[in-house]
Structure formats: structure tokens, C-alpha cells
Design a binder for this molecule. Structure first.
Ligand code: ADP
Length: 251
């Protein structure tokens, strides 16, 4: 793929992030091309979630900057261009909210919080719940759902937001193979609509099969680019320090 003349949705410059003075991401420089379906891969503890959170402004970096393209306007306007699907289990949903309430939050995100939901919001909510196969759970409490089901509801919420850039942290966690396929199709649909989607994922085979761009990290960026360029044995060895069956299936 020609990298010249590519427009970028987000650029990360010299980003270093630490927890309790212990750096977990070193000097990350990264460009996310507009309209790509990008996977962030690397072993457990590589800093994938940390990278996504730092890009979203949820963590304060030690150094570095995150630039969103066309990022003019106030914080609210920028926020509404970004959809986030957190890792299931990372959010405490121990308060009374139905599945429908949670997805409606995506609609509010676009138009401001302080208004009552309108017919169009309910319709969009129902449509997005259907897309993720959760329409029959609309009136259930979110806290009663399994991790995989919650994940699908978060996805529906992000879709209802109709954002331009999506960050998703392990959206396939806890879902069965059939749902995983359905989610992959949804991600491809977003890409076809010109959206930029950045997904933390652990399964290299799915990434090789369905994603066009990949960032391989292990505390620093090892490689970032088209999947066929990044998934080489040396890169994978550097990230995972092994060549297991997992790797042989993609290199
Ligand atoms: P990944 O998503 O690739 O599994 P993380 O970004 O969750 O990796 O974590 C990167 C490193 O930072 C790990 O060593 C993890 O233990 C550590 N870490 C993550 N969150 C915190 C936190 N809130 N406080 C301290 N250390 C953390």
C-alpha cells in the first residue's frame, strides 16, 4: 500500500506513558491512516489498553502528543467524533441501567446530554441492538449480562454515536465464533463507510484474515503498517519472543 499522500485520522508523537513512575509505553510514534481497519496486537501486558486509553485522553502521558485530524472546535465536538468500546469487565455497571439506556447514551453523545430521547433515538437504538444481535435484551439490566453480551451492547452504543473514529478494546472477548464473525462484518462495514477503526485484538489469524493495517507493540512500537508487511517472523519474534503455532499460522 502506498503510504505517501495518505491522510491520517490520528497521529501519536513521542508518547511515553508510566504507571507509578514505571514506564509501560516508550516513545510511541504512530500514524493511523484514515479509513483503515487497524489492529493493535502484542502479548499480554504489552501496553495495548494503555495505548488506546492514552490516545483517548483517559491517561496523562509523561511526554508526547496525540493529534486528531481536523481537530478544531471544542472538546465536546471532538469527543463526539470518537467512539470507544472499552474492554468488557473494565467498567462497573453496578448501577440500574437497561441495555436500551446504555445504547441511548450513544445517541445523547451526539446531540448533548440534557434532553429527552426522541423517537429517532429509540429507532436508532433498536436498529443498533439488532445489528449486534441483542435486540431481545433491550429491557434487561446491563449488570445481568455476560461479559460478551455487555461487549456487544457497548458496540451498539458506539455505533449509535455515529462517530468518525472508533477505538475498541478486545471487542471479541467472550463472544462465540458466530458473533465474532458478525462483529468482523460490522467493523468492515464501518471501514466501508470511510470510518477509521482501531481494535485491540489478540488473535493474529483473525487480524491477518480481516484487517488491513496492524500495529505490533511490546512496550514500544515494533512495527506498524499493512498487515502483510508487519507480520514477518522477525517482527513477531521481537514482540512475542517465541515462534509458536500461533505465529506459524500467519507467517
Ligand atoms: P495489554 O493491554 O497489552 O495487556 P496493558 O496496557 O493493560 O497491556 O498493561 C501494560 C502494563 O501496564 C502491564 O505491565 C500492566 O500490569 C501495567 N498496568 C496496566 N494498568 C495499570 C495500572 N492502572 N496501574 C499500574 N500498572 C498498570
Amino acid at each position: 500500500m502506498d503510504m505517501k499522500g495518505m491522510e491520517h485520522a490520528v497521529e501519536v508523537e513521542t508518547l511515553t506513558v508510566a504507571y507509578d513512575a514505571k514506564p509501560v509505553l516508550w516513545d510511541v510514534n504512530l500514524k493511523v491512516p484514515k479509513g483503515t481497519l487497524m489492529a493493535v496486537v502484542g502479548p499480554n501486558g504489552a501496553g495495548k489498553t494503555t495505548l488506546i486509553k492514552a490516545m483517548l485522553g483517559l491517561l496523562t502521558p509523561v511526554t508526547g502528543a496525540i493529534c486528531f485530524s481536523g481537530g478544531k472546535g471544542d472538546g465536546h465536538a471532538l469527543k463526539n467524533r470518537i467512539g470507544y468500546v472499552p474492554q468488557s469487565g473494565s467498567v462497573d455497571w453496578d448501577f440500574p441501567a437497561t441495555v436500551q439506556d446504555v445504547v441511548l447514551m450513544g445517541c445523547y453523545g451526539k446531540l448533548g446530554w440534557f434532553r429527552r430521547p426522541r423517537k429517532a433515538d429509540y429507532e436508532l437504538t433498536a436498529q443498533m441492538l439488532k445489528k449486534v444481535g441483542m435486540e431481545q435484551y433491550a429491557s434487561r439490566q446491563i449488570s445481568q449480562l455476560s461479559g460478551g453480551q455487555q461487549q456487544r451492547v457497548f458496540l451498539a452504543r458506539a455505533l449509535a454515536q455515529e462517530a468518525e473514529i472508533y477505538f475498541m478494546d478486545e471487542p471479541f472477548k467472550g463472544v462465540d465464533a458466530q458473533t465474532e464473525k458478525a462483529i468482523v462484518l460490522l467493523l468492515k462495514e464501518l471501514k466501508e463507510q470511510g470510518k477509521t477503526v482501531m481494535v485491540v485484538h489478540h488473535d493474529l489469524q483473525t487480524v491477518a484474515d480481516y484487517f488491513d493495517w496492524v500495529t505490533l507493540i511490546n512496550l514500544r512500537v515494533i512495527a506498524s503498517g499493512p498487515v502483510e508487511e508487519v507480520f514477518h517472523e522477525e517482527n513477531l519474534k521481537m514482540a512475542y519472543r517465541s515462534t509458536g503455532a500461533l505465529l506459524r499460522s500467519v507467517v
